[in-house]
Unconditional design. Structure first.
Length: 218
């Protein structure tokens, strides 16, 4: 399956693509074409279990969203093509943010500015610190996407063991960058907890993100 193979590539290249998805490597997951079925994906706390939602995996800008064994968003994987810098939050972000309680907002794991989908398979409750970090990932990804580079971004949501809730405990991100002269394989380049950081802690993460993207010659 095209979407499954794209996930296997990520895992084989050292990312955390299969972490916390609730299924072993090689497990078969049902696939849904998001292009046709996005309106049918509910903004529900739990989606279908071990499902893969995808868009145009053979095209220049594909998206893959995978749920875990409980039906929670577990993995988002996108090749960045056209960007949407003026995207607005959808109704699902507001609903999902409320599930996290005070201090949480609904955020797309793959940010809207690089065309991350607004349906539940990509939207999770996050702290405001985590939301700012994800927005920084968006700006850095857009920077890497300049000059006709090919950028693939992957985000894995982690949940605490034996926790059936819908608030991820943290995230890990992977980035692949290609251009005519050089190729960087998929690398796990940032991991952070879904918590409120001090200003110094948040700045340390953002500086690490910027340094690693710079090392990829973006």
């Amino acid at each position: 399956m095209a979407a499954t193979s794209s996930l296997a590539v990520m895992a084989g290249a050292g990312s955390l693509a299969h972490a916390d998805t609730g299924s072993p490597d090689g497990a078969q997951a049902a696939e849904v074409d998001v292009t046709e079925a996005a309106a049918e994906i509910p903004c529900a706390k739990y989606l279908q279990k071990k499902h893969t939602y995808r868009t145009d995996p053979a095209g220049p800008s594909w998206q893959t969203y995978k749920t875990d064994k409980l039906g929670r968003p577990a993995l988002a994987d996108i090749r960045v093509g056209a960007v949407d810098r003026d995207s607005k939050p959808g109704t699902c972000e507001t609903t999902v943010g409320e599930w996290g309680g005070p201090g949480h907002v609904g955020a797309r794991m793959i940010p809207a500015g690089v065309r991350g989908a607004g349906h539940r398979a990509n939207v999770v409750p996050v702290t405001k610190s985590a939301d700012r970090i994800l927005k920084a990932v968006e700006s850095e990804t857009l920077q890497c996407n300049a000059d006709y580079k090919i950028v693939t971004l992957g985000v894995t949501a982690h949940y605490k063991k034996n926790d059936n809730g819908v608030v991820p405990s943290g995230f890990s991100l992977s980035l692949e960058v290609k251009n005519r002269a050089i190729e960087f394989g998929m690398n796990s380049f940032l991991a952070f907890d879904n918590k409120e950081y001090t200003k110094a802690g948040e700045r340390k993460l953002l500086d690490s993100l910027a340094d690693q993207v710079k090392a990829m010659r973006c």
